[in-house]
Design a protein around this ligand. Structure first.
Ligand code: 6GU
Length: 229
């Protein structure tokens, strides 16, 4: 059982990505517990303020330290966390290797950065690592947190069934996937490759590996060069 706590100023954004389909099933099966915490509940004033203007001037609002510290510290009183992760566009780039590593942990905390940024003292004192999901800017860390949690949860043993198995994923071995087909064998003049219709498992395996290699070379020279390491 993995427990993931997500600290967010906009918890509604996390609702449907984590409560449907495989994420819902994983929680129902007791493989993961995902708890979303509303930062505003840790604000003190009647307007439930969680952000403020930056010292030194400039545009955008910065998440205040006090609500985040109080929320994180109250969670840390209940259990020890393996990682306290800030989702931020200037973090380490998320990838399958990092998803694999995080899926082996027991207790994860994700803090969603929002607006223009987060008070630096949060990074200094509370955060063990910072993650970005790619080189583009989102309005906040919530969608990035949903991506990270989805990628982790599907790797937890027992979450996927055999037919969905994560072992055959693209990226699991730095190769993209092979083409897939389902019935009918011919559709609008387009035929399923003959190799897949032979019933010869060794031949099918050979064809798929060849296709994966070709597709990776054509689309992702960066992955091909990292294989040679
Ligand atoms: Cl983690 N947060 C935001 N705001 N933008 C992002 C991101 C995270 N990762 C990529 N872009």
């Amino acid at each position: 059982m993995v427990r993931v706590d997500i600290v967010s100023g906009v918890p509604d954004l996390l609702e449907s990505p984590l409560q449907e389909s495989i994420m819902r099933r994983a929680q129902e099966k007791g493989k993961v517990e995902i708890v979303v915490h509303d930062l505003r509940e840790y604000a003190h004033d009647k307007h439930r303020t969680i952000d403020d203007t930056p010292y030194g001037g400039g545009s955008g609002m910065i998440l205040k330290p006090e609500p985040i510290f109080e929320c994180v510290e109250s969670l840390q009183k209940a259990r020890a966390y393996d990682e306290v992760i800030l989702l931020t566009p200037d973090g380490e780039r998320f990838n399958q290797r990092l998803a694999n590593d995080l899926s082996l942990k027991r207790h994860l905390m994700l803090i969603c950065g929002h607006y223009k940024g987060v008070d630096e003292r949060v990074r200094e004192r509370l955060v063990s690592r910072e993650i970005s999901i790619g080189d583009y800017v989102l309005t906040g860390g919530e969608l990035a947190a949903a991506v990270v949690v989805d990628a982790i949860v599907r790797l937890i043993p027992g979450v996927l069934n055999a037919s969905e198995s994560a072992l055959s994923d693209s990226f699991q071995d730095d190769l993209l996937g092979h083409p897939e087909y389902t019935r009918p064998a011919e559709f609008r003049g387009m035929k399923v490759p003959a190799e897949l219709l032979t019933g010869d498992h060794k031949e099918i395996e050979r064809w798929r590996n060849e296709q994966r290699q070709k597709r990776t070379e054509a689309r992702r020279t960066d992955l091909v060069s990292s294989q040679k390491k």
